[in-house]
Design a protein around this ligand. Sequence first.
Ligand code: ADP
Ligand code: MG
Length: 732
Amino acid sequence: MTNIRFEAVKTAMGRKPEADRPVPAHNEKVKDYFASDVFTRERMKEYIAEEVLEQLFDDVDNGRTIHREIAGSVAIGMRKWAMDHGATHFTHWFQPLTGGTAEKHDAFFALDKNGALLEEFSGEALYQQEPDASSFPSGGIRNTFEARGYSAWDPSSPVFLIGDTLCIPTVFVAYTGEALDYKTPLIRSTAALCHAAREVCGYFDKQVKHVHANLGWEQEYFLVDEALYNARPDLVMTGRTLMGHISAKNQQLEDHYFGAIPARVLAFMRELEYEALKAGIPIRTRHNEVAPNQFEMAPIYEDVNLANDHNLLIMSIMERVAQRHHFRVLLHEKPFAGVNGSGKHCNWSMQTNTGINLLAPGKNPYQNLQFITFLVNVLMAVYKHNGLLKASIASATNEHRLGANEAPPAIISVFLGKQISEVLDKLEHAKAEEAIIINAKKEMKLGVANIPEILLDNTDRNRTSPFAFTGNRFEFRAVGSSANCGAAMLALNAAVAEQLMNFKAEVDCRIEKGEAKERVLFDVIKRYIVECKSIRFDGNGYSDEWKAEAARRGLDCETSAPLMIDRYLAPSSIEMFRKTGVLSEAELNSRSEVKWETYSKKVQIESRVMGDLVVNHVLPAAKRYQTMLLQNVLAVKQVFSEDETALLNEMDYSIIRQIESHSGAILEGVEKMTEARHNANRQPDERSKAIAYHDTVLPLMAEIRAHADELEMIVDDELWTLVKYRELQFVH
Ligand code: ADP
Ligand code: MG
């Protein structure tokens, strides 16, 4: 009988690094191929009339709707460029709530009424499509019988080629206008933020016409050899290992982080980067991560909508390139117990059209007051909506990572670092008279607070914080590696937009009553600093003391993902999303439904796979080994005297009993787990179902796993059929 595990390990061990075929020739420079698969503004000039482009760019830059005639002219140029580069098909590329991206390819041709072939790609086809989208989740907004969902062109993100297909980034909305995707509300949130931030910038600099949010993501992932992956049904079906005893060596020597990248992996990375750069994704950084076979890559930051498209695109490019190298990419937040999981740090900042980063200390007192204003408003927004921000990153997969002592805890707090904390503390205690001395209009001195001299030391870092200020941006670290970061970014943009709106209203009201602007700004900021103090935490986020302290401070400490999701429907969230125009109450309802439903389905699949694995792999191996031991016991009896037999069989007896006890516990656990699943499925609504899966199915899975992992340590290695952690993590 062949053992699939040994076959897989043998195959993996025999692999050589793939020659990285499509990687550029030695003399090819990045600038020669960067964005070569993208219909950039530069390239558009070759294919589209100048007047058309002028109108298009003006509309895009000012957030206006594109006219259909313009779309028609753009479509012709787009098709020509795509066909010149070998494209035969086009697709609307959108981001359904299932996660990932969806596409439906159509060829660039039609038949005329005589049946003759016409090369075609109309403005209509560019502008809008009606994919048969009835099976995408909508959380009740669009019942399948009224199944109309539209995808519509997002002209702010350029179209690109993947192989023979022109991909057009689109939003995905219901017939009635409700968003069925992540992109629509993300775009709405950037518009809200742009407007609110510009208004506040008006206090400091009238030149500011536009503010946009930037995102620089850092994508963590694991690589596993394809043969090993295929021999683990749990990885194939759920993206994570549902069992497996931790390897004797894992990450304790800290020898993987920033270590030399293995040759096979490097070949993969180079090809991945080449493909990414051609697609216009400005990948800049690559390195090993903490856990064995864990890696990270990061691009240069971009506008949040484009950056998010690029992140989603690279997640699919990664999978494709990995397969060419006989790897599989694991984007799951926690593929292996006992070692670090994967996140997707989202570096976020706000920038003006005049080139000012609103989260970076400035060169003069005025810019610094502006910096402090935006910083403190972000703090307030995170403080008010800390539960919602956690909901925005909550999922069945990220739940395994958060709070696991290598990832941020399931409590949102903000790390500011020593210097900024000191500035805020000084401001808080400063008297208005001494804090603001306005000197002949030209110079505004912030006396005690001494804001003009903010020079940041970037080494002040805290790895345990879920939301950290890192000198000129905030880094939202709780986002999961497999997530669409749009979910987190739109919540953050909207929360900050609402906060800036409130701030503006309050300040304006007092200025109208005749108070001096600087005095009012200072006053309100000072009050905010006091009000949102409890969100600031620079200590160790992993400690138990922090959990107790956070609860005392009234921060959201919920650890169950289904209950975190409740925050989408809290009155403060509904009001905030309504006020900013980012999501309606109906949309929030549908989104929570989808989140709960997805949660239950994921745990349901895991639980079924686990049942199969223990019954079909673990227990048979254990029984076989137990039988071998029993046969040995009998043989010893035949050969040796009674006294000697007792002695010789002692160890066998002990192992036989352990196998019996673990096997019995597993069987009982599987029975209870099946019952718990049935019970969960009978719950009347998606929320209760998700809660039941969380509260009753997951704990049983953990119990079963513990027994299976014990058996793995006992049973003869030759008989064990599931690829072990030490192989999954170290064979490459
Ligand atoms: P680390 O946090 O590991 O030190 P890097 O310095 O490489 O990482 O930066 C991580 C990400 O932050 C990159 O994508 C980078 O482009 C992005 N980033 C840098 N400055 C900003 C900014 N002002 N706004 C948003 N993202 C930024
Ligand atoms: Mg970082």
